[in-house]
Design a protein around this ligand. Structure first.
Ligand SMILES: Cc1cc2nc3c(=O)[nH]c(=O)nc-3n(C[C@H](O)[C@H](O)[C@H](O)COP(=O)(O)OP(=O)(O)OC[C@H]3O[C@@H](n4cnc5c(N)ncnc54)[C@H](O)[C@@H]3O)c2cc1C
Length: 417
């Protein structure tokens, strides 16, 4: 029985809210801690998030992207969001340069005959879009956009979740089998399980994590819709995206810059050059839309993504890195004998697609915690193992591979009993 267990989730973005939800759905009492006054105040706080997979064929990254996308769509359909906050409007991914054209042709061939997507020529793409487009595309009929703040609120509005905002957790201690979370020296809450879901701040919890992440600045531009652009019926995507108008505005994004990784969220400001970069993306795939919208920027929003070195999220239970470094295990050690921080989990590094990847990763974590069958194949779950960089750094590639086949200690060990 896990329903008498308690959990603390640190971070109220999509990773934290979906982790809290997945545990709460299993009857676990969850306390969700967020440092700002409102949930979804950092990377998860854009006015709109697009839900779509970026595929290249049958590689593992594509498999993960696809499973995440399908999982998120199914989850969102159960949440009864209104059309003002969630629309399955569809998406066109344009073959706007030779490389992208080759990619979409390959993807269309690979998924031929499935309902997931289909190849459309420029004429059909234009009919679907409601506007003239000059590139062939792949069409995802179920791709969607969602209002991120509404989604995070809906996920965490649950009888088994209590939310504590304005709580900047900065220390975790284990005491008598329970994890204690502190703000400065003050104990905030103790629980059996902790999920760290605070993105780039995960390394500032006094835990000596060796999970390499990088902050990547991104800016979206909000554009006032014109008479012509209002006809756009779906999301159009090149190396960025333009959403259909909602409440008279489009969301155009997004820049990707690794230059300001040492800035904190409070130090980020809107950059006019980033607005220009977003407009350049638009110009590249539709000159008419660019001409209609180029003088219509009315706002923007900037925040920091959190990415890992291999672009897969970090999801799973953590090893005590200092113990592993002090006494590296043998390459053929049983994973069950490693120094696990039993009950301490992480769900971070969702990069540019957190609204597709985080809900499935949250479900994976909840399955690991409760000993349920995993929602994705074990090999795929293993790619997300948060200890992979620690073991690789110590030259323990074989052990990293062993962990990577299960994302667990080798045996599913629910922390009940
Ligand atoms: C410009 C831009 C456009 C994007 N567009 C899309 C898109 O269209 N579709 C898509 O899927 N993804 C998109 N992304 C990526 C997506 O926003 C992220 O992948 C996702 O928001 C990451 O969610 P998260 O919960 O991991 O991080 P965050 O949303 O950053 O959440 C972390 C939370 O932890 C809190 N926190 C930090 N430290 C502490 C602490 N010590 N104690 C308590 N709370 C703490 C923070 O305040 C924050 O609320 C975009 C990103 C950017 C920057």
């Amino acid at each position: 029985m896990l329903s008498n267990k308690t959990a603390i989730v640190i971070g109220g973005g999509i990773a934290g809210c979906s982790s809290a939800y997945a545990l709460a759905q299993r009857g676990i009492q969850v306390t969700l801690l967020e440092r700002h006054a409102n949930l979804a105040s950092e990377a998860s706080g854009n006015p709109q998030a697009m839900l779509y997979p970026r595929l290249s064929g049958d590689d593992t990254a594509s498999q993960f992207a696809l499973m995440s996308y399908l999982y998120s769509l199914e989850l969102l359909k159960t949440l009864e969001l209104t059309p003002a906050d969630f629309q399955l409007c569809g998406m066109l991914q344009l073959g706007f340069n030779p490389r992208e054209l080759a990619r979409i042709e390959k993807v269309a061939k690979h998924f031929a005959g499935e309902n997931l997507l289909r190849y459309v020529n420029a004429k059909e793409a234009s009919l679907l879009a409601g506007l003239t487009l000059s590139h062939d595309a792949i069409y995802f009929p179920d791709a969607a956009w969602v209002n991120p703040q509404v989604l995070c609120q809906r996920l965490s509005h649950h009888k088994n979740i209590s939310i504590k905002t304005l709580t900047n957790a900065n220390k975790i201690l284990k005491n008598k089998g329970l994890f204690e979370v502190y703000v400065d020296q003050k104990l905030v809450k103790a629980a059996d399980i902790i999920i760290i879901a605070n993105a780039n701040e995960a390394n500032n919890m006094g835990l000596a994590l060796v999970s390499k992440t990088q902050a990547v600045r991104g800016q979206v531009s909000i554009l006032k819709a014109s008479d012509i652009s209002s006809k756009l019926k779906l999301i159009v995507c090149s190396d960025g995206y333009l959403s259909p108008a909602t409440n008279g505005q489009h969301c155009l994004g997004a820049t990707f810059s690794t230059d300001s990784t040492d800035l904190t969220i409070d130090e980020l400001g809107i950059d006019e050059l980033d607005h220009e970069a977003n407009l350049a993306r638009l110009k590249c795939f539709s000159l008419p839309l660019y001409e209609h919208l180029k003088d219509n920027i009315c706002a923007g929003r900037v925040s920091l993504r959190c990415t890992s070195a291999d672009y897969f999220p970090l999801v799973g239970e953590l090893l005590e890195s200092s113990a592993v470094i002090a006494k590296p295990p043998r390459p053929n050690a049983s994973t069950a004998t490693l120094p696990w921080l039993t009950g301490l989990y992480i769900n971070i590094a969702h990069g540019s697609r957190g609204f597709t990847s985080a809900p499935l990763c949250a479900e994976l974590l909840a399955s690991l915690i409760c000993g349920d069958s995993l929602p994705i194949p074990a090999e795929l779950a293993g790619l997300l193992n948060p200890n992979r960089f620690l073991l690789r750094k110590l030259g323990l590639k074989k052990l990293a591979r062993t962990l990577a086949t299960s994302n667990t200690r080798g045996m599913l060990q629910p922390i009940s009993s």
